[in-house]
Design a protein around this ligand. Structure first.
Ligand code: C2E
Ligand code: MG
Ligand code: MG
Ligand code: MG
Length: 278
């Protein structure tokens, strides 16, 4: 396609950039409209005990369902929502919706444990994140102890020395903190000692080949052992097979989520399939 060097190469490059920029602008405009028109839905994925399969709770995962179109995955729009700041209203909406749903299940006498919600970097950095969380908990009536916030380790590391203080402030609200995608970010194990963390979520990339890859098994075993020694809970992400689950049980991993049990599903389906009266 490139005809010659010099100007043409440059032209090609800017053309590409322009197309890229306009696609993004389009997506940003659509995201903004989607928020106003309530095109987002929260799906829930069950979190279970490895030892006995008991339901422990759910992770809330946002979905974008534009009218008359196929559902759009968060992997496509969360990064743009992050860059444009739209993650702030979107993230707050997901949090409120997930807390409201958890409290509705609990008040209905259903055996629901705790709700996990992803907190983005942009949200975590905000001075007023604590006030926002307190307000949502108050409004929805969900006891703080039933809420677990998931933060990625890269997100924590970006905050440097401030991170410990920020986490402490969140912990004061009475909620629990989980490190999401553990093992994939730039991290220092020292933070596990300093930070008030309640749970490590072993990233799916280590779980995927657990049954065939001795290195992945060694990493999972080390993470579980370390977490247990530090008295932090461990949860495996992306468990798809019975043999992965059996290995996690042998390692002493406490909880899991994954397609083996169920992908994230709409609230009504979650309730029908996984919730029972106390
Ligand atoms: P995450 O928080 O690590 O969520 C787990 C992802 O793994 C989900 O993808 C889930 O559907 C998927 N998953 C769970 N079990 C399995 C399995 O057995 N196999 C496979 N292949 N995948 C499995 P999803 O829902 O597409 O979300 C992707 C990411 O988007 C999330 O990763 C999270 O980082 C982000 N995200 C989703 N919802 C929100 C939100 O409300 N706020 C923020 N800030 N981020 C969100
Ligand atoms: Mg998560
Ligand atoms: Mg994760
Ligand atoms: Mg992940």
């Amino acid at each position: 396609r490139a005809k010659s060097q010099g100007r043409n190469t440059y032209g090609f490059y800017t053309e590409d950039l322009t197309r890229y920029a306009s696609q993004r602008l389009d997506l940003e405009t659509r995201l903004r409209r989607a928020l106003a028109q309530a095109e987002f839905v929260v799906f829930y994925q069950p979190v279970l005990s490895v030892a006995d399969g008991r339901l422990l709770g759910a992770e809330a995962l946002v979905r974008w369902q534009p009218a008359g179109e196929a559902m759009i995955s968060p992997a496509e729009f969360i990064p743009i929502a992050e860059e444009t700041g739209l993650i702030l209203p979107l993230g707050e909406w997901v949090l409120r919706e997930a807390c409201r749903q958890a409290q509705a299940w609990i008040s209905a006498g259903l055996a629901f444990g705790s709700m996990a919600v992803n907190l983005s970097a942009a949200q975590f950095k905000r001075q007023d994140v604590g006030a926002m969380l307190r307000e949502v908990l108050e409004e929805t009536g969900l006891p703080a102890g039933r809420l677990e916030l998931e933060i990625t380790e890269s997100n924590l590391m970006d905050q440097g020395e401030r991170a410990a203080a920020m986490l402490d402030r969140l912990k004061e609200l009475g909620l629990r903190l989980a490190i999401d995608d553990f093992g994939t970010g730039y991290s220092s194990l020292a933070y596990l000692k300093r930070f008030a963390i309640d749970k490590l979520k072993i990233d799916r990339s280590f779980v995927k080949d657990l049954a065939d890859d001795r290195n992945d098994l060694a990493i999972a075993a080390a993470v579980v052992a370390m977490a247990r020694a530090l008295e932090i809970s461990v949860q495996a992400e992306g468990v798809e097979t019975a043999s992965q689950l059996a290995l996690l049980a042998t390692l002493g991993c406490g909880a899991y989520q994954g397609y083996l049990c169920s992908p994230p599903v709409p609230a009504a389906e979650f309730e029908a399939r996984f919730l029972r009266h106390r």
